[in-house]
Design a protein around this ligand. Structure first.
Ligand SMILES: Cc1cc2nc3c(=O)[nH]c(=O)nc-3n(C[C@H](O)[C@H](O)[C@H](O)COP(=O)(O)OP(=O)(O)OC[C@H]3O[C@@H](n4cnc5c(N)ncnc54)[C@H](O)[C@@H]3O)c2cc1C
Length: 379
């Protein structure tokens, strides 16, 4: 029977192993951490379900991916709403017209919005950077309050040096006062006892899947590991620069770290699952409280304070030189491991910010590529 070696047991690696197993192909997942699940893993603290790496909301238009996730765990009907602390008061994020009256200089803000109301999206898309795009959407007062300090805390550089490319997906003003963040038809949060960990455990629950944890794979030891499990094909879901010994240099990421604190004796400690803190007077950027989405009935809660500028690999810095460097690593590894023998999937190996549904989609697509390339006949 053919065997696939998968480096990394995050959502991408686990989804791939699941799909291969259901096509009769075995896989061995090698995971650096002590447990599988990568960024999406949920844990318990003081009996409260929380997310050590920050809150995750499953939202997608992809029916196949949604059905697969639901086959692993039931989902509740949570819809994501974010709060934001502006001028010391809580408002909705994205910006709602109905929140403007509760802010200082409300009439000036409304006049600035009105002036820009007829600028169409195509014209705004011509903006040369993120700051210009936002100013054209909302005017300077809202921009200075909601966007500029948050963005500069998040990225550690002036918003005028960031690309406008992501702005339409991240920033909006809601004239219809719709408070929910995502428009996708399928949304929710895992309703089982262990949150996203139930998805991971469900994906791995197959006799054709073997998981080995505490194994940090590098290019230097890859072939020995592949021989040991008689792998016909290799899928990398790990960061390629680290894997290849950084021989062409290091890929640039913006990292965050979430410090989680158990708060006893209260049901909730804030009004929404995520509250943004754009002000530079706050050393953190967001506070997470998964309990709003998990709807767990218990005493106590867990707050996760998110700090930026950590040495972790969370958001790729989308610059042409970084994209070229990741492409160079992929080409190099195809040459070293074999063009038809190695495949790349997930956020790390493709140097992308992708949501969970996209990474499951990448895993399903990668399974087709892998199955096509396997030498032995499938069962
Ligand atoms: C701050 C933040 C918030 C997010 N919020 C959402 C959200 O609300 N909704 C949503 O849909 N998505 C969200 N996402 C995206 C989601 O987290 C990712 O799509 C998903 O976790 C990616 O899974 P992955 O398997 O590709 O990567 P990872 O989860 O990073 O898994 C990679 C795995 O590979 C292992 N590994 C790495 N190197 C090696 C090695 N050399 N050898 C062995 N193992 C290795 C790691 O330990 C890890 O377990 C968010 C992401 C971030 C950063």
């Amino acid at each position: 029977m053919p065997t696939v070696l998968i480096v990394g047991a995050g959502l991408t690696g686990c989804t791939l192993a699941y799909r291969l197993a259901h096509q009769g192909v075995g896989s061995v997942l090698l995971e650096r951490g002590d447990v599988p699940g990568g960024l999406i893993r949920s844990e318990h603290m003081g009996g409260v379900l929380y997310e050590p790496h920050g809150s995750h909301i499953f939202h997608t238009e992809d029916r196949e991916v949604w059905d697969l996730a639901n086959a692993m765990t039931p989902f509740n009907d949570y819809r994501h709403r974010v709060d934001i602390n502006v001028e010391g008061r809580i408002h909705n994020w994205p910006i709602l017209l109905s929140d403007i009256d509760r802010q200082s200089r409300g009439d000036e803000i409304k006049a600035e919005l009105e002036e820009r109301r007829d600028v169409d999206a195509a014209a705004r898309a011509e903006a040369s950077n993120f700051e210009e795009w936002c100013l054209e959407l909302m005017g300077p007062i809202l921009y200075e309050r909601y966007i500029k300090p948050y963005t500069e805390k998040q990225w550690g550089r002036p918003a005028s040096t960031l690309s406008a490319q992501w702005a339409p997906r991240r920033v909006s003003v809601r004239w219809d006062n719709d408070p929910y963040l995502f428009p996708d038809p399928f949304q929710g949060w895992p309703a089982g006892p262990n949150g996203y960990t139930d998805i991971i455990d469900g994906l791995l629950d197959h006799e054709l899947i073997a998981l080995r944890t505490g194994v940090d794979v590098t290019l230097d030891d890859l072939e020995a590991r592949a021989r040991e499990v008689e792998a016909d094909s290799i899928v990398l879901t790990c960061p390629l620069d680290v894997f290849a010994g950084e021989r062409f240099g290091r890929l640039d990421w913006r990292g965050i770290i979430v410090r989680n604190v158990h708060i006893p004796h209260v049901e909730h400690a804030q009004g929404a699952m995520v509250v943004n803190y754009p002000g530079l007077e706050f050393p953190f950027i967001r506070i997470h409280e998964t309990k709003h989405a998990s709807r767990q009935q218990c005493e106590g809660t867990v707050l996760g304070f998110e700090f930026t500028n950590a040495p972790t690999r969370y958001y790729p810095i989308e610059l042409p030189e970084n994209r070229a460097l990741n492409d160079r690593y992929q080409d190099f590894l195809r040459g070293e491991i074999g063009r038809d023998r190695v495949h790349f999937a997930g956020r790390l190996a493709n140097y992308l910010y992708i949501d969970m549904d996209d990474c499951m989609r990448q895993a399903l697509d990668a399974s087709v590529e892998v199955l096509d390339g396997l030498p032995a006949p499938r069962l």
